[in-house]
Structures are given as structure tokens and as C-alpha cells.
Ligand binder design. Structure first.
Ligand code: FES
Ligand code: FES
Length: 186
């Protein structure tokens, strides 16, 4: 009896502003595995593998703006030709590969001691980043800030913290970033 050969197809990806591929990738391989095994981008976390915890969230930038996609349950070939951001794409790096500046979201999480083991953090960074970018285009009413943050972060699971510091960090950032909150009518 012979084993069934693995069917592959060439895949081209646009990740953090860089083109990758074409590389032959199994047709049923999930994006998280391609990031880890083919591209050396290991910052995206594999948690539940079932679409529940959202540790594996990446950002896809489309014509209608950024959105979160779970890379553990989304086949890599679905991303062909799409623009993707992973957690590695947020900070600024120098030519030697050293991080010289964190993104505002990353810095806020650090300043607020938002995480412990950090396994869930890439997902939270991506979720908060998408939220801030959406608010920059469509500011939220002051009374709705907390509910909006809760709605954005609620699907993300963390097994270490009580979530409070993640939420506080995002709330502080939303309130101090100009243009994200609509002023109340006088
Ligand atoms: S690892 Fe993807 S949702 Fe949990
Ligand atoms: S900090 Fe450990 S799972 Fe969130």
C-alpha cells in the first residue's frame, strides 16, 4: 500500500510589507504553520488550534480596512495575494535586526504590565491595533469607549491575567490618542 502524496500548490504572501514566495505549500496547511515552518515567523502563537483562543490572530488589510483573521483555522492559500500583518510587523527594527521602537499598543501593554507569560499577547496586540485603526477612521462616542474596547478584546483568551490591564492599557491609549473619541456635543 502506498501513502497518498501530499498535494502542494505555489503560494505567494505579502507579510509585513515584504513579499514571500512563491513557495510550494500543502493545499490544506493552515497559515500559522506556514508562518512557523516556512517563513521563520514564530511570533504568531498556536494555542487551541480550534479558532477559540485567538492567540493566532493576524491582521489582513483589505479594501474595507484591517480585520482580524485566525491563522490556525484559515488555510494558507486563502491568504494568497492578500496583505497580512503579524506581530513581528508592529515594532520598528534597525538594519541589524534590533527593535528600536515598539508600536503604541505594544508600549502600552508593556507600561501597564498587561501580560504575564505573553502567549496571548500577539493576538491582543493585533486586536488592539485593528481597533485603534478603525477608531481613527470612525471615532467612538466618549460614553461608548469601554464597551467598544470590551467588544474588540472580549474574544481573546488569556490564561494568566485577569484581562484588566490589557483593557486599561487600550483605554488609556484610546483616550490619549487624538482623534479616536468623538467629543460630546456642547
Ligand atoms: S490557536 Fe487559533 S484560535 Fe486558538
Ligand atoms: S499572559 Fe499568559 S496567556 Fe495571557
Amino acid at each position: 500500500m502506498s501513502a497518498t502524496p501530499i498535494r502542494t500548490r505555489p503560494l505567494k504572501l505579502q507579510i509585513n510589507g515584504r513579499a514571500h514566495g512563491p513557495v510550494d505549500v500543502p493545499e490544506d496547511m493552515m497559515l500559522v504553520d506556514v508562518l512557523h515552518e516556512y517563513l521563520g515567523l514564530t511570533g504568531t502563537r498556536f494555542g487551541c488550534g480550534q479558532g477559540v483562543c485567538r492567540a493566532c490572530t493576524v491582521i489582513v488589510d483589505g479594501a474595507d480596512g484591517p480585520r482580524e483573521v485566525r491563522s490556525c483555522i484559515t488555510g494558507a492559500h486563502w491568504f494568497d495575494g492578500k496583505r497580512i500583518r503579524t506581530v513581528e510587523g508592529h515594532a520598528k527594527w534597525d538594519d541589524s535586526g534590533k527593535i528600536v521602537e515598539l508600536s503604541p499598543v505594544q508600549q502600552a501593554f508593556l507600561d501597564h504590565f498587561s501580560f504575564q507569560c505573553g502567549y496571548c499577547t500577539p493576538g491582543f496586540v493585533n486586536a488592539a491595533t485593528v481597533l485603534l485603526e478603525k477608531l481613527a477612521k470612525s471615532p467612538v462616542a466618549a460614553d461608548d469607549v469601554e464597551a467598544t474596547i470590551t467588544e474588540a478584546l472580549n474574544p481573546h483568551l488569556c490564561r494568566c491575567t485577569g484581562y484588566v490591564r490589557y483593557y486599561q492599557a487600550v483605554k488609556d491609549l484610546v483616550l490619549k490618542t487624538p482623534g479616536l473619541v468623538r467629543e460630546k456635543a456642547p
